[in-house]
Write a protein that binds this ligand. Structure first.
Ligand code: ATP
Length: 366
């Protein structure tokens, strides 16, 4: 019976627990034994109670839980080889040679490095007398399967990450609430949303709430954008709007890569347009609450696919990342997806903004 470890790592997102549930349940359906690795890579490095066999009923009710019930953490020691050596030892002692990891690009990169080093780590465990040849013999290679859990929807090669649509739902609810008070007082609101270097949440929130203006990192406004923004906002007021909603991604920048701060936008609106303007930073409520329908469905279908991918793995196939493309669950080479994701950041750093948008979604540019 194959033992599959399942863990969540990096920033939490809604639907991570649903993904763990799907991996646990599908493992049983396919005759495997699932193990929960608690607190992300910290659990791998510390071992002991943080690596636990999970029963079918342990994940009952997890489909509708927010965040991750097996915990997540940032683990500095896993970034270093000695930490990964201890992690390898703990996995072999627990009899686990396959890991399904739900996390962001950092977590998935760490996983792939671990897999690439695996045989060297096992050799070192034997040569240093920490484990015997016999103990290590069944663990010749490590299977890694990635699920992308992130509210930011910032991973290339997949249309959606687990948590992004729930977060978008939270943002829309919050903007709707703001809209009511903005209307009452005829105010302007600058709403800062998460997304790190990715503008997906801000852009989609802008579309879904009918915002007046949106700032995203991939499409920085040209110098003098203040004039353009004021023109647009003034026009909207002239045609009778009582509200002004501006959505700003936390990573919003101008063409010189300088951050565009909500308070600066507020000052422009107040001073140039004489609008009573407030700033609202939505903060961690965007990560909270229950997963929406889409994330429950995505996490479940991807968890099922992840177990299948573990069973299909050979030493020669690259680690897969489970994604969704055009409404179909997909398997993509994990490191290719990570490489593309990093190329987006590099394109933005080198001010090649069209390339950044193209890399996120090649069809969008075509
Ligand atoms: P989020 O997108 O929410 O930030 P993430 O997975 O990208 O999620 P990181 O903090 O980058 O979050 O990574 C989570 C953990 O993965 C790190 O604390 C570390 O333990 C491990 N990790 C990340 N990058 C590496 C790496 N290059 N080598 C080894 N381990 C890594």
């Amino acid at each position: 019976r194959k033992r599959i470890g399942v863990m969540t790592s990096g920033g939490d997102s809604q639907g991570m627990s649903a993904a763990v549930r799907a991996v646990v349940r599908m493992s049983y359906i396919r005759g495997c034994e699932p193990y929960g690795i608690y607190e992300g890579y910290e659990g791998l490095v510390q071992g002991g109670d943080l690596i636990k066999k999970m029963q079918w009923q342990d994940v009952r009710g997890w489909l509708s839980e927010g965040g991750t019930l097996i915990g997540t953490a940032r683990c500095a020691s896993f970034r270093e080889r000695p930490g990964r050596l201890t992690a390898a030892k703990n996995l072999i002692l627990a009899g686990i040679d396959a890991l399904v990891i739900c996390g962001g690009d950092g977590s998935l990169t760490g996983a792939d490095i671990f897999r690439a080093e695996w045989s060297g780590l096992v050799q070192e465990l034997i040569s240093t007398g920490q484990l015997t040849e016999e103990q290590c013999a069944p663990y010749r290679f490590l299977t890694i399967v990635g699920l992308v859990g992130s509210i930011d929807n910032d991973m290339a090669s997949t249309d959606a990450t687990i948590g992004a649509y729930s977060s978008l739902t939270r943002i829309c609810e919050a903007v709707d609430s703001i809209f009511a008070t903005a209307y009452s007082h005829s105010r302007a609101f600058v709403v800062e949303v998460m997304g790190r270097h990715c503008g997906w949440l801000a852009l989609m929130a802008g579309l879904s709430t009918g915002a007046d203006f949106v700032f995203i990192p991939e499409h920085p406004p040209q110098p003098g954008w203040e004039d353009n923004m004021c023109k647009v906002l003034a026009k909207h007021r002239q045609i009778g709007k009582r509200t002004t909603i501006i959505i700003v991604a936390e990573g919003a920048i101008d063409t010189n890569l300088q951050p565009i701060k909500p308070n600066y936008i507020k000052d422009i609106c107040s001073q140039r347009l004489n609008l009573d303007t407030r700033v609202t930073t939505l903060g961690h409520t965007q990560r909270g609450g229950v997963p929406c329908f889409f994330d429950r469905m995505l996490a479940t279908l991807q968890g099922v696919e992840a177990v299948q991918a573990v069973l299909d793995a050979t030493p020669d196939t690259p680690s897969p990342m489970i994604g969704i493309n055009e409404n179909r669950i997909s398997r993509k080479p994990l490191m290719e997806a990570v490489r593309l994701t990093h190329s987006v950041a590099k394109a933005i750093e080198s001010k090649d903004f069209d390339k950044a948008i193209g890399l996120r979604d090649p069809e969008f540019v075509e």
